[in-house]
Design a protein around this ligand. Structure first.
Ligand SMILES: [Fe+2]
Length: 283
């Protein structure tokens, strides 16, 4: 496996190792245990950077920078081609391109007979990774997301690294609700900055509500897998959780070494994009 520092896809490979496809329970638990024991130094370093630098102030600064959406105007397909210029320096001959990854996820959803908006969500869910091309470091683009401004759950992977986060020394941010009101709803909670939240704001006017939850919270493993932070959710979040969970297996297990036929699939996906999105949107 190539080094995580050089490959945007490596965090997702670590997720699949951490949350293996449900086969035998005992086996899954063993895999989880091994994951921590065998995590390579580069993986630990990724989480150390992420957990120490994603502070309440950092997230607010990035929200101020990106949420006005004044970086670019481009269509969804154009954004896919832009993301595709993100070349993994580790092993370009065997790694699939970003468009191939996106199509694999969408095709797996399509094969299972889900609605068109669900297929489209699979296609676009990682487009927020263009943050890398705007110069953001990987720890501010990928990684499990978690709330900032309140106590860090000890169920977050490598939670011990939060000791080095300046927010851990601020009592205001270290109660279970921190700066938030109990059951205020996740929409009012700032999560660590990354590709989920950015893309949510880019597409929020164009897709149905379950799609927006899938996009906004697909990396929020502490909530949808570890069942943490329920005291910050409202009834609507709890209703939408089933959609976030319905999406997760496609995110985790659809990326195989088999190359999709991009040229043959392009007309289908361009038509699907046109069904929901105008020619250009703000990024
Ligand atoms: Fe993602």
């Amino acid at each position: 496996m190539p080094d995580i520092a050089g490959n945007i896809d490596n965090w997702e490979e670590t997720l699949a190792a951490r949350y293996p496809a449900p086969v035998a329970d005992a086996k899954s638990k063993a895999a989880y245990r091994d994951y921590r024991a065998e995590a390579r130094p580069s993986v630990k370093e990724f989480y150390r950077l992420n957990h120490t630098q994603q502070t309440f102030d950092f997230v607010n600064q990035k929200r101020g920078e990106y949420l006005p959406k004044q970086k670019r105007r481009m269509g969804i397909w154009e954004a896919m081609e832009f993301l595709n210029t993100l070349v993994d320096d580790s092993d370009p001959d065997t790694d699939l391109s970003q468009i191939e990854h996106l199509m694999q996820t969408a095709e797996a959803i399509r094969r299972d007979g889900h609605p068109r908006w669900f297929i489209l969500t699979g296609l676009i869910h990682d487009l927020g990774k263009i943050l890398c091309l705007f110069g953001e470091p990987q720890w501010a683009v990928v990684g499990d997301t978690f709330p900032v401004g309140c106590a860090h759950s000890d169920k977050i992977v490598f939670a011990e690294f939060f000791e080095g986060n300046p927010d851990a020394a601020n009592p205001r941010y270290q109660t279970s609700c921190g700066v938030y009101v109990p059951n205020c709803g996740l929409g009012k909670v700032n999560l660590s900055w990354g590709h989920d939240e950015y893309l949510y704001h880019v597409v929020k006017d164009y897709l149905p509500e379950p799609a927006l939850y899938m996009i906004r919270y697909h990396s929020f493993y502490p909530w949808h897998k570890e069942e943490q932070y329920e005291h910050l959710t409202d009834a609507h979040d709890r209703e939408m959780l089933k959609w976030v969970r319905a999406f997760n297996p496609y995110d985790l297990y659809s990326k195989t070494a088999v190359r999709p036929d991009v040229a043959a699939l392009t007309p289908y996906y361009q038509e699907l994009i046109g069904e929901f999105f105008p020619a250009q949107i703000d990024w």
